[in-house]
Write a protein that binds this ligand. Structure first.
Ligand code: C5P
Length: 315
């Protein structure tokens, strides 16, 4: 086929723990990642030219080679030059629904979607593990975005191990449109404050990773115990982002006051998520918090945890 359309879900982090330094300059992490059904639609079409052309209705999205969707095509062209010559350039249209610079892996999931789409369009027959290996060359969150669902991510974030699926939890996502947090800034700020606690010995790193594998949150996920999941949310980056962005901290408190299952910042923020048992409850709490904060820059979405990453959809 000459064209494919894909759905690319956003992610939240149920657990984000920074363990230490890595030789490649990144941080050693243990995360529990979760896909949600707020997602972008990506349309790919062979365009009969030699060019990669990117289109998006959202002016905040760069349309040049800094975009991970664009980088994903370049990577596939480098790795599969013969197919690239046969098929020529690609038009990529991104229908953006995921907020930008939000800690929801919006850019990463677009990169993942393009890798999956090109694999299909060029009939390359790459498996999910092969696609995840390629994805790790684009960014730390991109491999998770390929397969999605609920997973433990270790290493830089690129080593993925699936956990049992969660679907019956509703997620309010809340973000101030005038706030964006730079991920490198958040990790650097964390390094500056907490470097003395970093663990770098391989054995210790393994032991910290094992603690999460055999810990309470993984048990709660296996038992589909929503209350415990809400109670056990954890994100180290809150320690540096919340003092710098008090509005984000106040937003978390506003959700916690509504008796949600749990509320936390996602990734490096500034998006806050709150977990609820039903869609109705999520919708009414989102409305209530929006009314009480009464700031035109505050946007809320209601989504559901979803058991998949990139999937193909009808045009
Ligand atoms: O891999 P990615 O490009 O998404 O990472 C963005 C930034 O986040 C990196 O430049 C780095 O500053 C920080 N990061 C990190 N350790 C990780 C993942 C990300 O320090 N494991």
């Amino acid at each position: 086929m000459q064209s494919y359309s894909l759905f690319a879900p956003a992610k939240i982090n149920l657990h984000l723990e920074i363990i230490g330094h890595r030789a490649d300059g990144y941080h050693e992490l243990v995360m529990i990642m979760q896909s949600v059904n707020l997602g972008d639609k990506i349309h790919l079409r062979a365009n009969g030219t030699d060019n990669i052309r990117l289109y998006c209705q959202n002016p905040e999205v760069p349309l040049d080679n800094s975009n991970l969707a664009y980088k994903a095509v370049t990577l596939m062209q480098e790795k599969f030059p013969k197919a690239a010559r046969n098929f020529g350039g690609v038009d990529i249209t991104i229908e953006k629904n995921i907020p930008v610079s939000a800690g929801l892996a919006g850019g990463s999931t677009n990169g993942a979607g393009v890798l999956v789409g090109i694999n299909l369009m060029w009939s390359l027959g790459l498996t999910q593990p092969e696609l995840r290996d390629l994805a790790s060359l684009l960014g730390s969150d991109v491999p998770f975005c390929i397969s999605g669902g609920t997973s433990i991510a270790t290493g830089r974030g690129e080593e993925i191990e699936p956990l049992s699926d969660l679907t019956d939890i509703w997620v309010i996502l809340a973000k101030y449109s005038n706030l964006g947090v730079s991920t490198p800034w958040a990790y650097n700020a964390y390094r500056q404050q907490y470097e003395q606690f970093y663990v770098s010995d391989g054995k210790e790193v393994k032991s910290r990773t094992h603690q999460v594998h055999s810990g309470e949150l993984v048990k709660a996920i296996t038992n589909k115990d929503s209350k415990a999941i809400g109670r056990l949310l954890y994100n180290d980056l809150e320690k540096v982002v919340l003092p710098e962005y008090p509005a984000v901290s106040e937003l978390i408190t506003a959700f916690r006051n509504e008796n949600v299952l749990g509320a936390m910042m996602s990734g490096s923020g500034p998006t806050v998520f709150a977990l609820c048992t039903t869609e109705q409850e999520a919708t009414s709490i989102a409305q209530k918090v929006q009314n009480s904060i009464n700031d035109p820059n505050l946007n809320c979405w209601v989504a559901q945890m979803c058991p998949h990453g990139i999937i193909t959809i009808e045009d």
